[in-house]
Design a protein around this ligand. Structure first.
Ligand code: SOE
Length: 399
C-alpha cells in the first residue's frame, strides 16, 4: 500500500519550550508526548526545553515529564534559536509578559487560560498576537475542554440545527477542593497571581464552552461573587492544586472569590445561568451544561465525560426522552485515533486534542482557535461579572 502522508523523518520539527511544570505543565507535557504517538501529525513536536525558576526542581520535572533540557529564566528560553513555540503554563500574572515577548521573538504561543489577569493585559496580548500573525506567527489560548469529544459533538449538533433556536443555557463548574477552611492559601487564591478566583479559574471555562457550543456571544451579565473563607493557612508548597500548609500556623488573606454566579444574555436571544464554585462539597470537577432549544436539548456532565445526553423534541411523545449518547465511537470527534469503540477517554485527552489541532493549524498556516481575541472576549465577560457584583447592576459586555 502506498501512502501520501510523509513519514515522521520528512516532517518538519516543531520545537517546543514550555514554562511551568506543575499541574498544567504535566498535562501539557503528556499532550506533547502522546499527540504524535496516536495522531498522524504534519509536524514532529520536540519537547526541547522546560523552564522554571528553581534549578533542581525544574531538572527533576524535565526528567519526569520528558523534556530534553531546562532553563531557569523564561527570557532565555524564549530567546533560544531551537524553540519554535512557547507553551505558557504559569499562573496568570506572567502570561502577558511571556506571551508578548515570545510573539515579538517570532515564536508561536500556546497560553493557558484565563488569557490574562486583566482586560488591559489581554488587549495588549491581542495586539501582539495580531501583529505576529501578519508574520505567520500564531497563538492559541488553552480552553481545553472544547476538545472533549462529547463537547465537540454538542457543538456539531447545535451547528446542524438539531436543537433549533437555543432558549436556555445552563452552565455550572463545580469543585470542592477548598471547601475545608483549613485548605491552604495556594496561588489560585491570590488576586495578584490568579486575577480572580473561581470566576476566572473555572468560570472562564464554562463561559468559553457556552459561547463555543452555541456560536453566540454573551452581551450582558448580572453577577454575584462570594468569598466564604476570608483567611487561610499560608501554603508551604505553592505549586499544586491545593498545596500543603505543612507546619505553618501563619494565616494569609484570601483575595479572590470562592464562588461566582451570574445571569447572562446571548446574541442569539438565549437566557443563561452560570455558576462556578470551589465549595460544592462532593462535586470534584463537575462541568455541567444544559442547552434547551426549540427542537431539542443537550446535557453534559464532565464527571461522566464520555456521555452526551440528547433530547429530540420532534420525536413521538410516547417514546421521546433524553438518550445517552456514548461519545466513544470512531465517528465521534477525535475518538477514532484512540481505543476500540466504547473504551472511553479521560481528562488528559482534551490536552492532547488541543496539541493535535494546534499542530495541524500551524502546519497549514491557519490561525488556531480559540484565539487570543477569543480569550480577550472571555476576559471581558469576567470583568463585567466583577463590576456587576461590585455595583449590584447589569453590565454590558463590550463586543
Ligand atoms: C483548578 O480549579 C483547575 O485545575 C483549573 O485551573 C483547570 O483549568 C481545570 O481544568 C481543572 O481545575
Amino acid at each position: 500500500m502506498t501512502s501520501t502522508t510523509p513519514g515522521p523523518s520528512s516532517r518538519p520539527d516543531l520545537r517546543v519550550g514550555m514554562v511551568g511544570y506543575a499541574f498544567m505543565g504535566a498535562a501539557h507535557s503528556q499532550a506533547w508526548r502522546s499527540a504524535p504517538r496516536f495522531f498522524d501529525l504534519p509536524m514532529n513536536p520536540r519537547m526541547q526545553v522546560l523552564g522554571g525558576r528553581d534549578a533542581a526542581r525544574v531538572a527533576d520535572a524535565a526528567q519526569r515529564l520528558g523534556w530534553a533540557s531546562t532553563e531557569t529564566d523564561w527570557r532565555r528560553l524564549v530567546e533560544r534559536d531551537d524553540v519554535d513555540l512557547v507553551d505558557i503554563c504559569t499562573p496568570g500574572d506572567s502570561h502577558c509578559e511571556i506571551a508578548i515577548t515570545a510573539l515579538e521573538a517570532g515564536k508561536h504561543v500556546l497560553c493557558e487560560k484565563p488569557l490574562a489577569n486583566t482586560v488591559a493585559e489581554a488587549e495588549d496580548m491581542v495586539r501582539a498576537a495580531e501583529a505576529a500573525a501578519t508574520r505567520g506567527v500564531h497563538s492559541m489560548v488553552g480552553f481545553t475542554y472544547r476538545r472533549v469529544p462529547a463537547i465537540a459533538l454538542a457543538r456539531q449538533l447545535v451547528a446542524e440545527g438539531r436543537l433549533g433556536e437555543i432558549r436556555h443555557v445552563r452552565a455550572q463548574y463545580l469543585q470542592d477542593w477548598i471547601a475545608d477552611p483549613q485548605a491552604p492559601l495556594s496561588w489560585r487564591l491570590e488576586r495578584e497571581k490568579a486575577g480572580s478566583g473561581a470566576l476566572g479559574d473555572i468560570g472562564a471555562h464554562i463561559i468559553d464552552l457556552a459561547q463555543h457550543i452555541t456560536g453566540d456571544r454573551i452581551t450582558e451579565v448580572s453577577g454575584q461573587l462570594d468569598t466564604f473563607v476570608k483567611e487561610r493557612p499560608i501554603a508551604a508548597d505553592h505549586s499544586g492544586l491545593s498545596g500543603t500548609a505543612g507546619e505553618s500556623q501563619e494565616m494569609g488573606r484570601v483575595t479572590v472569590d470562592d464562588a461566582a454566579s451570574f445571569l447572562a444574555r446571548f446574541t442569539g436571544g438565549a437566557a443563561g445561568v452560570f455558576e462556578a464554585t470551589r465549595f460544592a462539597t462532593g462535586r470534584k470537577n463537575a462541568i455541567r451544561l444544559e442547552l434547551n432549544g426549540s427542537r431539542g436539548s443537550l446535557a453534559f456532565d464532565f464527571e461522566d465525560m464520555n456521555v452526551l445526553e440528547f433530547f429530540d423534541a420532534e420525536e413521538d411523545d410516547e417514546t421521546a426522552g433524553f438518550r445517552r449518547i456514548l461519545a466513544t465511537e470512531p465517528t465521534h470527534p477525535y475518538v477514532g485515533a484512540w481505543w476500540p469503540p466504547g473504551h472511553g477517554l479521560g481528562y488528559e485527552h482534551g490536552f492532547t486534542h488541543q496539541v493535535v489541532d494546534l499542530v495541524h493549524d500551524l502546519a497549514g498556516g491557519r490561525p488556531p482557535a480559540p484565539s487570543f481575541a477569543d480569550g480577550l472576549q472571555v476576559q471581558r465577560v469576567l470583568a463585567a461579572v466583577e463590576t456587576s457584583s461590585d455595583t449590584r447592576s447589569w453590565q454590558q459586555v463590550p463586543a
